[in-house]
Design a binder for this molecule. Structure first.
Ligand code: NAD
Ligand code: WQD
Length: 343
């Protein structure tokens, strides 16, 4: 058993990863400033796993607080770093807020790790680093394309910061490039909690069907894809979470082959927007109100993962299909709605 710091652990992917770490017997300490999550996630984690993780609330972009945290917690064995802002549009409106939060937090964490001789980190990266790949499926050796947004750029810069830091230290890192995480825990006790109007497809679908939004806008049906709508590799958040446990254990058990390893986390299957909608309607029996509108600037036409390296090296494979992803997302929305009505 190891003690793992999960930054952003009350957030969407972080909370699911905390549960999977606990399931494997790891002890977890979460740091989160609750800028995009809620404190009652801790109780919800407890109600799934039976263990309430340790928790501290502060801003990781605050250097003094972060270094003080590390000095008080020299028992930490490894870090999974999720904490970041992630809204693409907001990053275009307010780039400095994104550079400040995402970059300073990472630099502070790496500094704390070196000072306190913690040598293992898993970092949340994104398939956004590939832009529109020249070849599909896209593997980990594909060229990094110029970022389409300041958010995407923070992921590219973060990958570079980690790579440079490894060259001059004893650190080891695994960078996980997620494709499109969707869905929720089967208990419907944790899931995605978008503040305000969702940017992402599936939360917008579930909020429309439940009646929070009037209509989903499908951004363009004139792409060069079979049905004209863009194709993505959607992956169930629990499959994604399990890969983090494998990645951190791989380094803690000294099974990593290099001090820097990079893995795509996707299913290897691409679905168009209309295919996602069809699957959602089929598994839930609900009808979605949607209309086709103009393209959203910055969207790539199609991207899906070559998962061979992750499958072979991590011994990990995404197990859940698009129907299961959609159904779990819908059950989560229903659970949120039921909770709202009892308040
Ligand atoms: P999320 O917003 O649900 O979780 C991030 C958590 O970090 C939140 O709880 C937030 O309060 C916290 N946080 C943010 N800045 C912080 C700071 N300075 N100090 C302390 N806590 C802070 O997001 P998520 O979807 O769970 O994403 C987790 C990570 O995965 C992020 O790095 C994101 O960029 C990356 N990622 C997400 C997706 C996706 O589609 N969800 C895809 C690729 C990569
Ligand atoms: C999926 C598809 C939209 C909303 C983003 C980030 C990426 C990563 C994941 C973090 C696209 C269409 C969407 C809507 C729509 N995050 N859509 N109507 O754009 O692939 O990726 O989230 O790293 O960096 O860019 O995901 O869910 O926003 O969109 O038609 O209201 O759904 O055009 O084709 P995307 P998404």
């Amino acid at each position: 058993m190891s003690k793992i710091l999960v930054t952003g652990g009350t957030g969407y992917i972080g909370s699911h990863t905390v549960v999977e770490l606990q399931n494997k017997g790891h002890e977890v300490i979460i740091v989160d400033n609750l800028s995009n999550s809620q404190i009652d996630v801790l109780d919800n984690i407890f109600s799934i796993s039976g263990v309430k993780p340790e928790f501290e609330q502060f801003d990781l972009f605050d250097r003094e607080k972060t270094l003080d945290f590390f000095r008080r917690h020299n028992e930490i064995d490894a870090i999974i770093h999720f904490a970041a802002y992630k809204a693409v549009g907001e990053s275009v409106e307010n780039p400095l807020m994104y550079y400040h939060n995402n970059i300073f937090s990472l630099v502070n964490i790496l500094t704390g790790m070196i000072e306190n001789k913690i040598d293992t980190i898993v970092f949340s990266s994104s398939c956004t680093v590939y832009g529109q790949p020249d070849e599909l499926p896209v593997d980990e050796n594909a060229p990094i394309k110029k970022a389409m947004s300041p958010y995407g750029n923070t992921k590219q810069i973060s990958e570079e910061i980690i790579t440079d830091t490894l060259h001059s230290s004893k650190l080891k890192a695994i960078l996980l490039r997620y494709f499109n995480p969707i869905g929720a825990h089967e208990s419907a006790k944790i899931g995605e909690l978008p503040l305000g109007i969702p940017n992402n497809l599936v939360p917008f679908i579930t909020q429309t069907v439940i009646g929070i939004r009037e209509q989903l806008k499908v951004f363009g049906d004139d792409y060069k894809t079979p049905d004209g709508t863009p194709i993505r590799d959607y992956i169930h958040v629990v499959d994604l979470a399990k890969a983090h446990v494998i990645a951190v254990d791989r380094m803690l058990e000294h099974k990593n082959k290099k001090n820097l390893e990079i893995f795509n986390l996707g299913t290897g299957n691409g679905y168009s927007v209309l295919e996602v909608i069809n699957s959602f309607e089929k598994v839930t029996g609900e009808k979605l109100n949607y209309k086709i509108v103009d393209r959203r600037p910055g969207d790539v036409t199609e991207v899906w993962a070559d998962t061979k390296f992750a499958n072979d090296e991590l011994g990990w494979k995404a197990e859940k299909g698009i129907d299961e992803m959609n159904l779990s997302a819908w059950k989560w929305e229903l659970a949120l709605d039921a909770k709202k009505k009892t308040k």
